[in-house]
Design a protein around this ligand. Structure first.
Ligand code: HEC
Length: 158
């Protein structure tokens, strides 16, 4: 853990001097999706936090018919605090995305990213943290709320 923190610090130091660092630092391939093309299937509310969670129509179809979620799928968690957009959490599945990570960290072919409301990447986040928590959901394709999709019939499941 200590080693990881040191490495993260070194990368952060590079970030201040290298333009375009975010593209290379973690070989992270997550792209901000076309939100208009996604379907809001569930809402999670916790205190002042409201999360709108959405994905592609193809992924919804796949989960409903018991098929694996296809490559080129985005899941987005749009995080609001006190009614204001706070950040976007994005997961993207892509062919071969998993091979870029060590097995101890890998979340199949999913990569993770944290975007601010202006869609810039949060340079202080190490997305290994996202993966480490989502690995607990390995049995449901690394998703926490995927089990709600079969109940989705056009109105976001609460
Ligand atoms: C400590 C555990 C934890 C960490 C760390 C974490 N998540 Fe999650 N994530 C969750 C939980 C739990 C949910 C379900 C929604 C909820 O309860 O808020 C979720 C939901 C999501 C979803 C919606 C799809 C789904 O799985 O239901 C996305 C997208 C997501 N997280 C991305 C990220 C990203 C990107 C990061 C890192 C920047 C991250 N998460 C870090 C626990 C975590």
């Amino acid at each position: 853990m200590k080693k990881l923190l040191v490495a993260t610090g070194a990368l952060a130091a590079c970030a201040t001097s290298l333009v375009g660092w975010q593209v290379h630092a973690e070989t992270n391939r997550v792209q901000f999706p076309e939100l208009d093309e996604l379907v809001h299937y569930t809402t999670v509310r916790r205190g002042n936090v409201v999360e709108h969670i959405m994905t592609t129509p193809a992924a919804i179809e796949a989960v409903k018919s018991g098929q694996p979620i296809p490559a080129d799928t985005h899941f987005v968690l749009v995080d609001h605090r006190d009614g204001e957009l706070y950040r976007y959490f994005v997961m993207q599945k892509g062919e071969g995305f998993g091979t870029e990570y060590d097995e101890s960290r890998r979340t199949a072919d999913w990569q993770f990213q944290w975007f601010w409301p202006d869609r810039s990447i949060n340079m202080d986040e190490n997305t290994a943290r996202c993966q480490s928590c989502h690995r607990s959901q390995e049995g449901s394709d690394y998703l926490f709320t995927g089990y709600r999709i079969p109940r989705f019939n056009g109105t976001p499941v609460e």
